[in-house]
Design a protein around this ligand. Sequence first.
Ligand code: HEG
Length: 142
Amino acid sequence: MVNITHQEAQIIKGIWKDLSKEAITAQALERVFTVYPWTTRLFGSFNHHFKATDTGVKGHASKVVGALETAVAHLDGLDKAFHDLSKKHQTIGVDTQNFKLLGQTFLVELAILLKDGFTPEVHEAAYKFFLAVAGALSSQYH
Ligand code: HEG
């Protein structure tokens, strides 16, 4: 269980508020599909189109943003907030490792976007956020 401090929660909320959420999430998805091509396995409906600007990726980014919105609002109860979503991912057959990979590529996108604003404190807070999200999305797998 990841313990996100009050200060880290403030940092996460502050960054999230100002982000172009759909765009950065689509870019993080493009990056995960590019660097770890096996993560495309369950997206056959995308017809081999995995760029951030492609319809399938944009559509999936919207869903992920919606869930991340919930996560930011429930930082102290993520497992509960993602109970059903975790079950859903297990049913679909998503490998839990993929959640961590997307967290990594999202961090890269944040670093590129925020430049000097990607301080060690921001890095740590964002890293813990995605670790907690990955944990919560994995919590109902068995
Ligand atoms: Mg998942 C569906 C959220 C990572 C593969 N994902 C969904 C849905 C949401 C969601 C909200 C729709 C659920 C529904 O229809 O009820 N996904 C979500 C989050 C994260 C994540 C918040 C991580 C931050 N997903 C993720 C990763 C993969 C993946 C890394 C695979 C590489 N998700 C996946 C698939 C589906 C969903 C195959 C079903 C197809 C779809 O709805 O488009």
